[in-house]
Design a binder for this molecule. Sequence first.
Ligand code: ADP
Length: 447
Amino acid sequence: MLTLFLISIYIQDSLREYFFNQKGVELLTRANIIANIMPRYIQYSDEGIQEAVKQLEIDKSIRVIITDKEAKVLFDTAENNNLKDKVFLKEEVMKALQGNDVQNHFEEAGWVVNAAVPIIKEKETTGVIYLSASAQDIENFLNDIKKKLYGIALIVSVLIGLLSSFLAGVITAPVEELIAVIKHMADGNLNQKVEVKGNDEIAQLGIAFNKMSERLNQVEEKRRQFVSDASHELRTPLSSIKVLTESILQMQHPDMEVVQEFLSDIYNEVNRLSRIIDKLLMLTKTDVAINGLDLKDVNMRELLQRVVKSLRPLADHQRIKLKLKGSEDIFVLIDEDKIWEAIFNIVDNSIKYTSHEGTVVVSMHKSGFNVEIIVQDNGIGIAETEIQKIFDRFYRVDKARARETGGTGLGLSIALDAVRLHGGDIQVESEEGKGSRFRIIIPHRET
Ligand code: ADP
């Protein structure tokens, strides 16, 4: 609006200047014509001058004043306020008496344009021709233009206003829809999607939001599953403890031997519970550790030696040969506790799921940018259909056997989480009845 307003003021001023100049030039030309013929009449009577002005067909609206060289008015066409015989001390007249052509315009009860030229006779200024005309016609024309310009400015402003509010609506509507969906999500309704139209930034935002929502749902579903699995796993030993304790309490004359047996079962179940809880705590730790790895430069050979050393008693107890191959020092930047736990769980499994007199071999080598730790056993192996599932939380191929061996179904899940946190992976090759081979791959970051 302001720009249009300023432009219209500028246009009006320019036009006024142009038209007034035009009118001024026109008056000057007329004044000059009169000044040229006037010397012939100037010494004659009023009637003579009147005759001359008449002959020139000067418009009635133009006031003609003729003065002598003392600025005394010899002739004035004005009917009101006629200046005849008075001294006309106007600035323009004074300048004309000095030999200049002058034109001027000013506002004085309406716009007026005037021009004054000297009358020269035999190189001497003998008087002045002064013409004055109203410029009201120009003013009326300019006022008309002003009204039109303001009208156009108003229409353009309204159109711009309508267009911008329409465009603002087009842009903000999808954002508002997104905000509404996000609020809905914040209220706890996680399963939210927005409709994506087009391919602009807003559409990209919608796609990103939908992906985030999908991921959130998956995480929420996993969390629910985990809580339900964990409760189930904890309930089984608790139920056993409950039944065993009730049985003891209901005994009228308890037989110490039976009580001892029941107590030993209760003890085993309590141990199992505590193992599950330990592992659950471990899992929550890896869940929150995404940015919190305590990285250190660790000699993997020494770490493997320690794992093997702590599992040696179990292996000996099961009469399993536990071997460590490779004596090369390989330093890797890792969170020692987490990788120790991962390797421990896998070697522990190999011992648990290998029958007496079997062999478990742990070895290590560099492979490209990675370090690979291989745990190979000749135990019961895993069916091909089960291999994908063994990393799931609480999954055990043979529940009965897992109970015997004290398995919780959490060991491999913890191991995989820990290795993935380091940017690595665990791969399994196995054949039922023949044995399994676990490859723990850890990126070899140089220090
Ligand atoms: P668990 O505490 O039961 O050992 P894991 O998560 O460590 O839980 O392992 C999941 C399942 O994978 C085990 O119950 C077992 O059935 C199978 N498994 C793991 N390692 C081996 C192995 N070396 N040989 C055969 N089966 C294995």
